[in-house]
Design a binder for this molecule. Sequence first.
Ligand code: NDP
Length: 274
Amino acid sequence: MSSIPHLTLNDGHTIPQFGLGVFLMEPGETERIVSEALELGYRHIDTAAIYRNEAEVGAAIAKSGIPRDELFVTTKLWNSRQTDAHSAMRESLDKLGLDRVDLYLIHWPTPERNTFVQAWLDLEEIRSQGLATSIGVSNFMPEHLEKVLDQGSVVPAVNQIEVHPTLQQREAVAANEAHGIVTEAWSPLGRGKADDLTSPVVTGIADAVGRTPAQVLLRWHVQRGHVVFPKSSRRERLAENMRLFDFALDDAQVAALDGMEAGSRVGPDPRTFN
Ligand code: NDP
C-alpha cells in the first residue's frame, strides 16, 4: 500500500518496512488471516518452513489476485536443513505456490552444528538462480555475521533479530549497521510476554499521542529504521497495527522508550540455541 514506506536493501532491491508475521498462528487460521491482511493493504508476509503454514500463506496469496510484483514474501531455512538448502528452498516454493521468494533467510546460526557458512554459500547460489531475490540471515550475532562476511561473497541484505524496547540488542544492531544490513525486528511487541505493551512508559506515551501501546511500540521501531511484521490473528488489530505512518514520536518519547532496556528475551538466545 502506498502509505507503507519501502527501505532500500544493500543489493538494490526494496522491502516494505511493515508487514505481517505468521508465527504461532493457529493451523487452519493462517489463510483467513493473511487474506484479511491483504484486503487491509498488507503487502509483506514473513513466514518460515518451521511455521508449517507456507501452504496457507500461498493459498491466500493465490486467491488475492494481487500481482506478484506488488507482494513481498519472506521464508526461512530451518536449522536441520542447513546442509540441504537447495531442496529446502524448492519445498518452500512448492508450498507457497511461487517461483521465487523476495527474501530467503537462514533462520538461526545454530553455531554448534557449524553448518551456517555452508548454508550461506548455498543461499548465494539460490539467489543467482533467481529463486530468492534477496538473501539474509536471522538471529545472527556479530561473530556469526563475521564468518559469513569472511567466507561468502554476498553481504546479507537483512538480519532478523529479536528487538523490542526491553531487549534492544544494541551490539547486534550496530554490527548490522556497520555492514549496511537492514535490521528486521522480530517480536516487535515483545510477543505480549515481555512488559513492553503494558509498561507505564509505553501507556503514558500512548495517552499523550492519542494512539495505542502497540502503535507506539511499532512506531519506535520504524523511526529506528527497522522493518517490523507484528503478528495478530484479529482483524481489528491487523488494522490498528498498520496505522503507523501518520504520526511521530518526539525525541523525548524515543529516549524514554530507549531507556526501557531490561534484557527481557521472549525467544531463545542465538548463541546457545542449537
Ligand atoms: P509480536 O511481538 O508480533 O506479538 C504478537 C502477540 O501480540 C500476539 O499474542 C498478538 O495477539 C499480540 N498483539 C498483536 N497486535 C496487538 C495489539 N495491537 N495490541 C495488543 N496485542 C497485540 O510477536 P511474534 O513473536 O509473533 O513476532 C512477529 C513475527 O516475527 C512472527 O510472526 C514471525 O514472523 C517473526 N519471528 C521471527 C523469529 C525468528 O527467529 N526469525 C522468531 C519469532 C518471530 P493476537 O494474535 O491475539 O492479536
